[in-house]
Design a binder for this molecule. Sequence first.
Ligand code: ATP
Ligand code: MG
Ligand code: MG
Length: 598
Amino acid sequence: QALRTSNFLRQVIEKDLATGTYAQRQWGGGPGDAAFHDAGQPDPAKIRTRFPPEPNGYLHVGHAKSICLNFGLARDYGGVCHMRFDDTNPEKEEKEYVDSILDAVQWLGFNWESNFNGKQESHLYYASNYFDFMYRAAEYLITAGHAYVDEQTAEDMRINRGDFGKPGVDSPFRSRSPEENLARFREMRDGKLADGAAVLRAKIDMASPNINLRDPAIYRIRRATHHNTGDAWCIYPMYTFAHPIEDALEQITHSIATLEFEDQRPFYDWLLERLCEGGLLKAPPPRQYEFARLNLTYVITSKRKLAQLVNEKKVSGWDDPRMPTIVGLRRRGYTPEAIQLFAERIGVTKSDSWIDYSTLDGCLREDLENKAHRGMAVLDPVKLVLTNWAEVFGSDGYTEDCTQPALPHSTIAEGQTPPPDRVFKIGKDVWIEREDFEEVPPKGYKRLFPGNVVRLKGGYVIECTGCAKDAEGKVTEVHAKVIPGTKSGTPGADSVKAKAAITWVGNADGVSAEVRLYDRLFTDPQPDAGGKNFLDALNPDSLKVVTAVVEPSLAAAKPDQKFQFERHGYFVADRADHGVGGKVVFNRVTGLKGFVAQ
Ligand code: ATP
Ligand code: MG
Ligand code: MG
């Protein structure tokens, strides 16, 4: 597709495909997925990637980048992307998060199914299902002299690890024999040692310039009930040990991580090489590649901080339309297509940078421009009275239908049938935006002021005659005269020249609506950079609720349906609240030209 631009990951994959790096790979016989693969069959997937979230929170726009990347590469290169829950940490993980993550990935337009040679398979995995293998791998490392049980205090271990430019100091336990280590490790497993009393460490190089190679911990004692394995284990693998094994068992080819894992890659490779040597895994092992995580201005992408916003009730929940979570973006009115376009457009790079929020916004406008039906809504209504209505049409109660296209002509492709026109009524009273009338017009003002002639869009040309005001001088009604014979779409439409066309909604069929005008959640483009407290940067005006009047086609919206409110921007019928108890509720997704500050 023309949309896709090359990047370093595509180049790596294309090279691996050309040289057949993974062509000889066989499924089956391996410890991972042997259960549902025929033993010894060549792997039908040309590449395997994976998306491996920890189920400890809701996914956010940063994860969306990773999802689009991993699932997108698999799709484009005849592979499969595994959906894997990295649930090796017994605390913090919950079923609620598992469900929301699966839902988010599917909503974004991806799935973890493969269909090779008519064989349908689901690639949904849980890392905790590999605990047995991980344990065996640890015992193998011990036996081969590549791991030892360390019983230094955590403090001593930290100090003895050394620092950059300063070599570490060997633990007094480093020279234990494999037999002794094995016995001790089994005691760890059997619950004979207290939490924190010992850890299993890989035996690599205490003088390595890479701190991560200075005998990293690979297993720890932790008495905690795991959501999947219950109380079967009181020792748990460390993430850095578990992750490469998960990738290898699933025969992942390209394991794509964010840049902060670059320093872990030597350990990733070291571990998989040892396990291949020992015959526990088959070569070639997966390779890890790192890309820059998404940083988006005015947005926080840390699950912990997002949880804080929810817990401290700074927002209404994980799906508050101001949240950068996928459920939040969805409720705000973002589309999967817009998010995919965004991921494609920002690309993948090897250096961290900040993406301007307007890039995401622009993708939404681009997606909705040709799709979202148009409609008129008055967000700050004041009544306009057509004082000569009865004189022209015979009665104050007379109304007339007006029609306008749901989509502009320019958005209709060749051969495509345009959607039916919108129909709405004009009568004696209509609603207009308060800002569309000025008693004393500023220079260049073209809308309503006494003596000026404008068109009610899709309706008649009118001439403003004045207004009524309350005791405080606030305008309560605008007055105008309708000019007969000027209705849009009739032969006389152009007989009187209007200075402007203004949006309006008829009082006869307009419907009252709650419209939630969202603005950015933070006033600082980098709310949590450099140790700043992001709560200090909360925008007090991030939500303004107004009572608007909308035309009937908008009031008839289905939840989640998106529209362009003419001149105001893109709006969505709220997924949760629209239609409940007959209420009409819209969220502003974004303005027409960029973010509309209030
Ligand atoms: P958080 O720091 O918000 O808790 P995490 O990285 O710990 O996020 P995981 O659940 O481990 O969350 O992430 C799953 C995948 O999503 C990882 O492979 C990670 O690389 C990717 N990911 C997370 N945040 C971002 C981001 N901001 N940009 C790109 N990818 C991301
Ligand atoms: Mg993580
Ligand atoms: Mg994290």
